[in-house]
Design a protein around this ligand. Sequence first.
Ligand code: NDP
Length: 324
Amino acid sequence: TETRPVILLPGNINPHVRARVEAEFDSVSISAADPALVSEADAARVQGIAAMTGISAAFIDRFPNLGIIANFGVGYDAVDAKHAATRGIVVTNTPDVLSDEVADTTLGLILNTLRELPRAEAYLRAGRWTAEGPYPLTRLTLRGRTAGIYGLGRIGMAIAERLAAFGLPIHYHTRNRRTDVDWPWHDTLSGLAGAVDLLVVVVPGGAATENAVSTEVLKALGPDGVLISVGRGSTVDEPALIAALSSGTIAAAGMDVFAREPHVPQALLDMPNVCLLPHVASASVATRKAMADLVVDNLSAWFAGKPALTSVPETVQHNSAADR
Ligand code: NDP
C-alpha cells in the first residue's frame, strides 16, 4: 500500500481536524505535546504536527523528519516559530476565516460590558423585575465614545469597521502606520489610551506585547474609560487592571482572554464592573470548522509539494516541501 505522511496530534484537538487527519494521513495521537511521551519509532516517523496546544523548541527537536506544524488558531504565540524556522520547518496558522466571528463577539462583549446585559438578564430570571421593578439605569453607554484599537490587523479592522458603523470615531496604535485608512494613528499605546475612552486590545501575544496594558496605560484611559481584551491575556497586566478597576482609575472591563487560562482571578469574578467570557470569540461550530479545514488544507497542500496556504511570517521562506 501507498505510504502516507504521518501526522502527530498532540493533546486536545478539534474533532473535525482529527477526523480529516485520520482519513487523509497516517496519524499518531499523544495526550500532550511533551517530548517524553513520544516513542523512538514515532519520533522518526512524524513529518507533520496539527495542534491547538503549545509547541516548544524541545518538542520540535524530538522529530528529525518534521516539516510542518499546522497551528489551530490565528494566534501562534505558544508555538516556537523562530526555532521551527532554524530547522527549516514551516508553521501555519488560521487567519481571516475567524476575523468576522471574533469581531462580532467583540461587539457583543462591548455592549454587554457597557449596558450590563448579562446582569440585566440575570435580574429578570431571578424574579427581581417583578419583585423590585425596573433594572437600574446603566452608568455607562456606547453613545458618545471614541474607540481605540490596539492592533489594527485583520481582526482589529473588522472590529473598527463595526464600531465605525455604530457611529464611533476610531483611533489606533500599531508599530507601523496603515496607509489604507485615515483614522488617527498613535505611535504609542499610552498616546492612544489618552485619546479614547473605549480601548480594544487585539494584538498578538508574546514578548513584544507582554503586560503592555500597564498601570500607566490604564491611567491614560481614565475614569470613564473601558478596556476590552480579546487578543491574548499576556498583553494585559492583570494585577494592574484589578487595581485600576477597584480604585476607579478606569470604569469597566470586558475580557475574553486571561493571563493564566482557565484561571480567572477571584478579584475579577467579585467585581460588578467587569464582563468575563471563557475565550469564546471564535467558538461557533461553523467558524471552528472553517479553522479546522484550513489546518488540514495547509497539511494537504504542503505534502502535495505545493506551498503551505497560510505560513506565518517567521517561516514563510520554508513554505514548500519542494524547497527541502
Ligand atoms: P494580525 O497579524 O492581522 O494583526 C495584528 C495587529 O497587531 C497588526 O495591526 C499589527 O500591526 C499589530 N501589532 C503586532 N505586534 C504589535 C506590537 N508589538 N505593538 C503594536 N501593535 C502590534 O492578527 P489578527 O488580527 O488576525 O489576530 C490578532 C490576535 O488576536 C491573534 O494573534 C490572537 O492572539 C488574537 N485572537 C484571539 C481570539 C480569541 O478567541 N479571543 C481569536 C482569534 C485571534 P504592526 O505589525 O504594524 O505592529
